[in-house]
Write a protein of this length. Structure first.
Length: 378
């Protein structure tokens, strides 16, 4: 292979896109951890942090593959041995951190007892790391994973200061080619390339960062959270009398919205005393062990007209599953009416144990239904 004089354009694009993303991640990481816990802005910044962080992981895997197949330029001939070694070591550690830090961040959210779903850029549901959900009841491990992420994040930032100082020293003091060979060849091209990077990196971020999702207060007297099922082929329905919902939604920016509904499972009622006695039992909702169910929407997607989807997770009996809830939304000034139906297989959540899990007596197909009236908070 002949000796290249500079990094090829693909390696340069990987380098500068990653640099932009990492600086953004450290900045968002610093800001989001200082915000009031549970605030709408904090929620959105966490989603952005996770989305960009996972993107860095994917891009770094591609970058490493590209790097292994394409030789970089050699270090300047007159460079002292210690400095060449320091440069190679710094680059190797930077590459390692670009892989380890997002993986470790992914572990932090996978082991978190909050079970907040990750929906990349409000569009793509991202799974948790397998096996780590089992750690979510162990606060010491969760705290250790968080601390490790903080330490790795700050070490990364410190190493970058060293890296950038070295690059500037080469350019401004030693006046060699080290920085130039990581930059596009001609000025005109450079301007275009930077504009392209900025467009790719910043434009998608704008709507979500600038628009705050409006908060909605649910009118409990005119809202119903229900469920439907069938027994011996005959349909039945019921509802929950106690539940709470926090909703942040802006029709102009559905991807930036989020919602959380917590349901008191002891409050299920069908109007049929036999069913009402059975539902709290261990075979069904097991309310002693699992008093609450939870639906968390990490983003909303417009589906045309008044149709939307809420992308998130549903947890019943401690079993969490990714779900997409279709609903319609009708707005009248500051008043909103939303209605949706989420078909489910009750056995996906362990509802109906033992003989009940066959579906012979009580159908496996059930649905959660939602009819909400809400007012925009001032
Ligand atoms: C913020 C995140 C950044 C990360 C993660 C990062 C990472 C890296 C890595 C891993 C390499 C080695 C490339 C290879 O040989 O395959 C590299 C090279 C380089 N970086 Fe960065 N970098 C960042 C920011 C910057 C900044 C802000 C500058 C300049 C001010 C810079 C200047 C350079 C230069 C000049 C090289 C080429 C060094 C050489 O020729 O051996 N980097 N960077
Ligand atoms: C190169 C990638 C990443 C960098 C540079 C980075 C950097 C940071 C930084 C600087 C903080 C703030 C630490 C503090 O002051 O408390 C932070 C927090 C956090 N990051 Fe990342 N991060 C990355 C990837 C990820 C990924 C991929 C995820 C999840 C999928 C993630 C999840 C988190 C979480 C949950 C916190 C808050 C932890 C806490 O509550 O203390 N990060 N990150």
């Amino acid at each position: 292979m002949s000796e290249p004089a500079r990094y090829d354009p693909v390696a340069q694009a990987f380098h500068w896109l990653t640099a932009l993303a990492v600086i953004g991640l450290v900045a968002i990481g610093m800001v989001m951890t200082e915000l009031p816990p549970g605030s709408s802005l904090q929620f959105r910044l966490f989603q952005w942090h996770k989305s960009v962080g996972i993107t860095v992981l994917a891009v770094t895997l591609l970058r490493v593959a590209w790097r292994l197949a394409h030789r970089p330029p050699s270090l300047p001939a007159g460079m002292p041995g210690w400095e060449a070694m320091a440069a190679r070591a710094t680059h190797a550690v930077l590459y390692s951190l670009l892989l380890v830090l997002p993986l470790e961040g992914w572990a932090v959210v996978s082991a978190s007892p909050l079970h907040i779903p990750t929906v990349l850029y409000g569009v793509l549901s991202w799974p948790d790391l397998p096996g780590l959900g089992a750690l979510s009841g162990k606060p010491a491990i969760e705290a250790a994973l968080k601390t490790l992420h903080d330490i790795l994040g700050w070490s990364f930032a410190a190493l970058l200061v060293l890296h950038v100082t070295a690059a500037l020293r080469h350019h401004l003091i030693l006046r060699d080619d080290v920085l130039r060979r990581m930059l596009p060849r001609r000025r005109r091209v450079r301007v275009h390339l930077y504009s392209a990077f900025l467009a790719v990196a910043i434009v998608p971020a704008l709507p979500s960062h600038s628009a705050r999702a409006a908060e909605w207060a649910v009118d409990m007297g005119h809202s119903t959270l229900g469920f439907t099922g069938s027994q011996g082929g005959s349909p039945f329905s019921g509802h929950f009398t106690r539940w709470q919902a926090e909703i942040a939604f802006d029709p102009a920016n559905p991807a930036g919205g989020h919602a959380r509904v917590v349901v008191d499972m002891t409050s299920a009622t069908t109007g049929d005393s036999q069913k009402d006695q059975a539902l709290p039992q261990p075979d069904w909702f097991d309310v002693k062990e699992f008093p609450q169910a939870e639906f968390v929407a990490a983003a909303f997607r417009p589906k045309g007209g008044n149709a939307y989807e809420a992308v998130g997770t549903l947890t019943i009996r401690g079993v969490r599953q990714d779900v997409v809830l279709p609903f319609t939304l009708d707005l009248d000034g500051d008043h909103a009416h939303a209605a949706g139906r989420l078909p489910l297989l009750r056995t996906d959540y362990g509802v109906g144990q033992g003989a009940w899990s066959t579906g012979q007596m009580v159908g496996l197909e059930v649905a959660a239904t939602l009819d909400l009236t809400a007012t925009r908070r001032p």
